[in-house]
Design a binder for this molecule. Structure first.
Ligand code: SF4
Ligand code: SF4
Length: 389
């Protein structure tokens, strides 16, 4: 199977990866394992050779079955016999201390069905395992630096338990991203970047895409579509800007510093559309400039909104059992519609369905520590209540 999708250099790893890769986070949102296997088979049939997953990408479906991304990826690869190149698997754990690293990595290897040392395999297929520290932020980075995790990762690599070391992070962690890149330990990184938010790229204090490229660190681009919360927002924005999903993806693919763009499709038809975009010509500099100007007409609307990514719930739940991401997503949709002068009546009704709200909040701020976008959640809950109650 030879893919038509172009390969790009994967930093200094010596690997070449398909410039479009598959982000399997949303497998956890599907109704059944069969849907997950069908999609993964399609992805592998297209010659995609990098699949991104994580220990935390799990969710119970409506039948009480645990939809577990790593498990599905392992099973899907294990049953294949005709793969003619190694599949690069990126998985991530919350190993910010040695016991956490030990526990998360052990479970990931088991769920992914990875065997061997050095020349790793799933079933009969060769794989390359990139092991990530998931979502580095200030607190996690402090723990990582002081708990022996970095030395342990180097040891695991030299023993062949993992092949490469990486990390992921988000927009607000500029200081930690720079420090991590400067350690010289990380060979791969995953960062958010898209046409509406270029703050880790050319519009930031540091153009990390170039910075990483110059250091030979392979860069996986996530959130090319802005995250799950962009789906409802994009439906609205189509009336205001001439940018659709294909344009968003091509914008990222057109950046030469990115090794691969991780597209987190949920259905075959979505990934098929991504493949078609990947096969289309890239934008030139003048097209890119026009796109940025077009995006900047509305990018202010994305400040301080909940992206419905649900990363906050991966390791945390509110002690008061408040569905804070649920409330924040309703409030954020209200805000976008209100700023655009559109009808907002449905959001008042949606808000009333939450039994627990800001009145039950202790304002402890613990939830904010887990928000990838640094939202001040207790303050936003209060604002939501004052407006939507
Ligand atoms: S600030 Fe409020 S919503 Fe957040 S964890 Fe504390 S009680 Fe829960
Ligand atoms: S509160 Fe933050 S982490 Fe949680 S879903 Fe919203 S944007 Fe994502």
């Amino acid at each position: 199977m030879k893919s038509k999708i172009k390969r790009r250099k994967f930093g200094n790893t010596g690997l070449y990866v398909s410039e479009l890769s598959f982000g399997s986070m949303n497998l956890r949102l599907l109704d059944s394992p069969e849907q997950a296997y069908e999609l993964l088979d399609y992805v592998l049939d297209q010659g995609i050779n990098l699949i991104d997953t994580a220990r935390e990408y799990c969710k119970m479906n409506k039948d009480g079955y645990l939809m577990e991304s790593e498990y599905f990826v392992g099973q899907a690869i294990e049953k294949r016999t005709g793969l003619d190149e190694p599949i690069v698997i990126v998985t991530k754990g919350h190993g910010y201390t040695l016991p956490e690293l030990d526990a998360d990595l052990g479970t990931s290897l088991e769920k992914l069905k990875i065997r061997g040392k050095g020349n790793l395999k799933i079933g009969k297929n060769d794989i390359k395992l990139v092991y990530f520290l998931h979502g580095i932020n200030e607190a996690r980075w402090e723990s990582i630096k002081n708990s022996g995790v970095l030395d342990k990762l180097k040891e695991l690599k030299s023993e062949g338990v993992i092949n490469y070391i990486g990390f992921s992070s988000h927009y607000r962690n500029v200081k930690e991203i720079r420090e991590a890149a400067d350690t010289g330990i990380f060979e791969v990184a995953e960062l958010p970047y898209n046409v509406f938010n270029r703050s880790l790229g050319e519009d930031g204090q540091i153009n990390f895409l170039k910075y990483f490229n110059d250091k030979g660190i392979a860069l996986i681009n996530m959130k090319a579509f802005g995250g799950n919360g962009m789906v409802p927002v994009m439906k609205i924005l189509r009336d205001y800007v001439d940018i659709d999903y294909s344009v968003m993806l091509n914008f990222c693919l057109s950046n030469p510093y990115i090794s691969t763009v991780d597209a987190g499709a949920r259905y075959i038809h979505e990934f098929e559309a991504d493949i078609n975009t990947a096969l289309a010509p890239r934008f030139d500099d003048s097209q890119l400039m026009k796109l940025k100007q077009e995006a900047d007409k509305v990018s202010g609307l994305f400040q301080n909104i909940c992206r419905e990514c649900m990363h906050c719930l991966e390791k945390f739940s509110c002690p008061q059992e408040i569905d804070f991401p649920g409330i924040l997503s309703v409030y954020s949709r209200y805000n976008v519609n209100e700023k655009l002068g559109r009808s907002t009546s449905e959001f008042f009704e949606q808000y009333r369905k939450f039994e627990l709200n800001a009145e039950n909040c202790l304002e402890c701020g613990e939830c904010s520590k887990w928000c990838e976008y640094g939202l001040n959640i207790p303050v936003m809950l209060r604002e939501a209540h004052n407006i939507l109650k």
